[in-house]
Every structure is written in C-alpha cells, then in structure tokens.
Design a protein around this ligand. Structure first.
Ligand SMILES: *Cc1c(COP(=O)(O)O)cnc(C)c1O
Length: 380
C-alpha cells in the first residue's frame, strides 16, 4: 500500500525516544516538551508554543482563550475537517459556515464580507448577528491542504468587525503568506501532528501565540489548571491536554527533518502538476499570489473522480475524496451556511487526493501518474 500522506520516521526518532525510555522520562516532565515547543514556535515565527495532546485540543483551548463563550458564534469555512467545527461546539458556541472559493478551496472572502456587512451590527465593541442577536466573537480561517486565503484581507475584515482570529493551521506547517508563516497572523495559531500531517508525533498538537500571558494561560488550562501540585490546588476547570515527553521527543526529531519534508512535498506537487497539465478535464488547486504553500496533500478536480478513486485504491495507491462539507453533516445541518451557489458541494463531488507521502520515490509517484492516466483514458 502506498499511503496518501504517511509518517516519515527516518531521523533521530529512535534515539530520542530511547533516551526517554532509558531515563523513564516518558510523561509530563522531561526536556523534550519545551524543546519541541521552542522549535515549532521558532519555525512558525511565533514567540511561544504550547504543546497539546492533538490539534483539536489546541483549537478548543485557543477559542476559549480568545473569549468565545456559550451561545457565541464563530465563523469558519464550510470545507474543513470536522474537528474545527467540533472545537467550537465544545464551548457551547455555534459555527457559521462560509462557502469556499471555487479555485483555492479556502473560505470565500467576498461571501464573508457580504454576509458581515448586511447581517451584523457593532454594539459596545462587539459584533452581533442581527437575526439571532448572538455575538460573533471569532473567525477561524482554515488553511485547507496547506494553501491560504488572502490573509491581509482577512485581517482587515476581522479588525472591521472586531473578531478574534484563531488560525486552524493544522495542515499548514511550512506555508507562508507574504513570507509570514501560517499560524502567526491571528491571536492564536494551531498545529497538528497527527499521523497524516507533514510532521507527526503519532498524535499531537501545538498552540502558538506572541502573547506571553495567553501562552501561560494555555499551558495552565492544558495541564489541569494546577496552581500548587503539592496541595492539589486548581483554580479553574482545566483539561488534561498536555503532550507527553516521549511524543515530544519524536516531534523534535521530526522538526529536524521538516525542511526536507517540505522540499519533497513540493517536488511531488511539481511532478504531478507537470504530468497532469492538460490531461482530460483535470483542474489543480489554485494558489494565490503571495502564498507559498507547503503542498501538504496533492488534490485535483476531475469529473472522473469516482472511477479514479476506485482504480487507485484497488491498486493499493491510497486516495481519498475531500471531507464532506460541514453543512452536510447531521450535527451541523441546522447551522448557518452562507453561500451563493454551494461551491463546497460541487468541489467535493469532483476532488481527489492522491499519494504524496514524503518518503515516496520518484518511481512510486510515476506509478500513481500512470494509474491516473490509465483510469482517465479508460473512462474517457
Ligand atoms: C488534522 C486536522 C485537525 C485536527 O487535528 P488532530 O491533531 O487530528 O486533532 C483540525 N483541523 C484540520 C483542518 C485538520 O486537518
């Protein structure tokens, strides 16, 4: 089986994990957690990093620390992994879904701006949705597939409507807008180190921020809000969301290899784009000017989606469609979905992601290319 985006364990992982096991520093204490936090913060251009058990937990805590409360509204794109919306619900807040741009598959900022200008009002420094009367507290851009929207414009919109920004940059470690790293635009950025992400700790996440006080609060909340460990004094309801040392050790080894991983992702992206340019009805994900994406997951559109998915998976070349749009999931069916012509639904019906694990050889990639050509040729 050639994996879509599998973990690449080829550096110092064994060595650092062995050190944890040999010294029994496997749990919450140990030097790798802070080292990993420093490395990710440095790489992403943020001042502070707080490691978490996964990316979902990072989103949850970041929303809470942005002041999102029960019954507030949080804006996010309709195409994302379900965790982005779930994190909003954990707080008792409600997501508002914005349709995506047909070409970049990121939140459509025209639709966003139209919606905000005609459906909200500012009162005492907060933005309220006119119909429900509920406060819109935050916006969560999701850098889908490592691509990004026009972050300058998003920042302006957020400032105009007094919205806090929590970036779901879980797929975008190594992506930049105007040379500024994903996750460093909002009050908080969140990364994930799940098995399929560009670096992996098996499971893991990270909150990054420039605000020292908020970083301290994030650490506090993710470690059971413990003030005095001897007397078990906790000053609020915290979470057991910390990343353990043995996983952070893997993370440090992965961060050492990140530049190489990004390079390989870009090479694979370039091979596919060259090979498929002009082939049948294939359309690539477009990348806006000023965006330098990490090319995390190679995905393209074709009306031959279904037959290609079958053929590729039959040949053990792991391939997937996009996630179902949030408005199509049972728990989010009744939430606001702002759209003109449901681009999300159209894109999902024709997208597929094909193998681009960083350890793939050029021969592996060629095998995928030939199989896609074969599938399209047979079907056409
Ligand atoms: C992976 C991912 C998450 C969640 O990260 P986990 O580490 O799996 O909890 C959230 N949002 C998006 C868009 C993701 O791709």
């Amino acid at each position: 089986m050639i994996l879509l985006s599998g973990p690449n364990i080829s550096g110092n992982e064994w060595k650092y994990v062995k050190e944890c096991l040999d010294t029994a520093w496997v749990s919450s204490a140990g030097s790798y957690v802070s080292k990993f936090e420093e490395m990710v913060a440095d790489f992403s251009g943020a001042k502070y990093g707080v490691a978490t058990v996964n990316g979902t937990a990072a989103l949850h805590i970041s929303l809470q620390l942005s002041g999102v409360e029960r019954d507030d509204l949080v804006i996010l794109p309709n195409i994302t992994f379900v965790a982005s919306a779930n994190a909003v619900k954990y707080i008792g807040a409600q997501p508002i879904f914005i349709d995506i741009d047909e070409f970049t598959w990121q939140m459509d900022l025209d639709i966003l701006e139209n919606y905000l200008s005609s459906n909200t009002e500012l009162k005492d420094g907060d933005c309220f949705e006119l119909k429900s009367g509920n406060r819109i507290k935050a916006i969560m851009p999701v850098h889908v597939l490592g691509n990004m929207c026009d972050m300058e414009r998003l920042l302006e919109i957020a400032a105009t409507y007094h919205l806090e920004i929590v970036e779901d940059s879980t797929e975008a470690l190594g992506s930049y807008f105007k040379n500024k790293h994903a996750g460093s635009f909002g009050k908080f950025g969140c990364f994930s180190f799940n098995g399929n992400k560009i670096i992996s700790t098996g499971g893991g996440g990270m909150i990054v921020t420039d605000d020292e006080a908020l970083a301290k609060k994030a650490k506090h909340l993710t470690t059971q809000a413990k003030v005095d460990s001897l007397r078990y004094y906790h000053d609020e309801i915290g979470y057991n969301y910390r990343l353990v040392n043995v996983l952070a050790a893997i993370g440090v080894a992965q961060m050492e290899q990140l530049p190489g991983f990004i390079k390989r992702k870009k090479e694979i992206d370039a091979i596919y784009r060259t090979a498929f340019e002009g082939l049948a009805d294939i359309r690539f994900q477009e990348v806006n000017e000023h965006v330098d994406p990490n090319c995390w997951l190679f995905t393209f559109r074709t009306e031959y989606q279904k037959s290609l998915l079958n053929l590729l998976n039959e040949r053990k070349l792991q391939s997937r469609p996009f996630w179902l749009p949030m408005n199509q999931l049972p728990m989010y069916r009744d939430n606001l979905y702002i759209n003109d012509e449901d681009i999300s639904g159209k894109v999902v019906g024709s997208c597929l992601s094909i193998p681009c694990s960083t350890y793939l050889t050029d021969q592996d990639v060629e095998l995928v290319v030939n199989t896609v050509r074969e599938g399209i040729f047979v079907d056409a």
